[in-house]
Design a protein around this ligand. Structure first.
Ligand code: HSE
Length: 433
């Protein structure tokens, strides 16, 4: 047996608690069998008073991160504080001190991946982030190892458990967005401040990480199109259902000819018989299309204490095995700098659309709407007037054929000026996966 590798944990929240449970209790016999000797010897958090339901031996808890960063015994630092700062500075300090780092911090990797991978390489240490995407699903290893003999053609992901839980509730139970969100918060599925989940930002960070691994694209996260689920209504989910579609928050990445890629995150109508439509509640799924393997689906719990802790501890075990063997994770140039792929502007992407208008029920309305479509070169696939009219206005649902997003945006600006159209026009993109 090799010498024990000492670990320091920064951030004792939900996932941190799961990590402690695995390292202190459940994984001890498993690790012994695998001849991995890792020891969690310090936990830093501002709150070391609250009872997390685990007995922590004396001398382990501290409020001072320096107790971890300055401890020469510690070889692996687990960063579970999230956000950009102080996570970024602490990670760089850990590298400088020759400590390997494991993180679940998707925002940090998505924005500062290039700087952090480069710094890890320069310091000659390992930096792993399996828990940053898909919770307990080993999608990072899947792309980095299992599928590394493939050119990846596309990735479709349901990458956020909170929004998938909300959409599942709205679809299954017909309950409004606000009500399901409140229920999700009560059950602990959604954060007290769910902004980064419902706005799509969390899924965006995750797809940017996957795109770096799969395509070697060094993207600026702020340039990728992202729309959240805040404006979706049960009415649209019902209409979509009647048309044979289910609404999901989908993260999409596709490789195009000529060194270009398409990446976007938004609510999406997917065929109700597609696999993605069956991914419900807090579950995540990532469908990867590889040149040799074809389409593969990674599915599992994408959030929560123990699934995410599983990914964190698996990274610690990986690093410990490498340290025992005298090796480390080394990022290639493609992972650090990208390989020059160009992100296609959203306006230049072609797709199908669902639009719901609340329109006056009178002659000539459809003519005014369809004229704008025709002027913008958008071809209508079907028009449905749903439900009985109980006022002067009726819901009018239009599905289009493939159209350019730029044309659709111009059309939307004109629809919004129509006197016969009332309130918000709902636009949802369609993906026939
Ligand atoms: N908040 C995320 C989700 C989990 O709801 O999926 C952490 O990535």
């Amino acid at each position: 047996m090799n010498d024990s590798i000492k670990i320091g944990l920064i951030g004792f929240g939900t996932v941190g608690t799961g990590v402690v449970k695995l390292l202190f209790e459940e994984n001890k016999p498993l690790l012994r069998d695998r001849e991995i000797d890792i020891d969690l010897i310090k936990i830093a958090d501002l709150d070391i008073i609250s009872d997390r339901g685990i007995k922590i031996p004396d001398g382990i808890l501290t409020t001072n991160v320096d107790d971890i960063l300055d401890d020469p015994q510690i070889g692996i630092v687990i960063e579970l504080i999230g956000g950009y700062e102080p996570a970024r500075s602490l990670t760089l300090r850990a590298f400088e001190k020759g400590k390997c780092v494991v993180t679940a911090n998707k925002a940090l990797i998505a924005k500062y991946g290039r700087e952090l991978f480069e710094a890890a390489n320069n310091a000659g240490i390992s930096y792993l982030f399996e828990a940053s995407v898909g919770g307990g699903i080993p999608i990072i290893r899947g792309l980095n190892n299992g599928l590394n003999a493939n050119t990846i053609k596309s990735i479709y992901g349901i990458l956020n458990g909170t929004t998938n839980y909300i959409l599942s509730g709205m679809t299954r139970d017909g309950v409004d967005y606000d009500e399901v969100l409140a229920m999700a918060q009560k059950l602990g599925y959604a954060e007290a401040d769910p902004t980064s989940d419902v706005s799509g930002q969390d899924a965006l960070n995750k797809i940017v990480i996957l795109v770096r691994l799969a395509f070697g694209a060094d993207l600026n996260v702020e340039t990728v199109f992202c729309e959240g689920i805040e404006n979706l209504t049960v009415q649209d989910i019902d209409c979509a259902g009647q048309l044979g579609y289910t609404v999901k928050l989908l993260a999409i990445a596709k490789r195009h000819e000529g060194n270009r890629i398409e990446v976007r995150v938004h609510p999406t109508l997917v065929p109700s018989e597609s696999i993605m439509a069956y991914v419900e509640d807090e579950f995540n799924a990532v469908e990867v299309d590889g040149s040799a393997v074809g389409r593969e689906l990674f599915y599992g719990k994408g959030a929560g204490m123990m699934p995410t802790a599983s990914a964190v501890v698996s990274d610690c075990i990986d690093i410990a095995s490498r340290l025992n063997a005298g090796t480390r994770v080394n990022f290639n140039r493609h992972m650090i700098e990208g390989n020059g792929l160009e992100l296609i502007a959203i306006e230049d992407i072609t797709m199908r659309y669902y639009l719901r208008f609340t329109a006056k029920d009178q002659p000539g309305v459809l003519f005014q709407i369809s004229k704008i479509f025709a002027d913008e070169n958008i071809s209508i696939e079907s028009v449905i007037q749903l439900g009985a009219s109980d006022s002067d206005y009726v819901p009018l649902v239009i599905m289009t054929h493939d159209a350019l997003e730029g044309d659709m945006r111009r059309a939307m600006r004109q629809f919004e000026k129509l006197e016969v159209v009332h309130g918000r026009i709902q636009l949802i993109r369609v993906e026939d996966i």
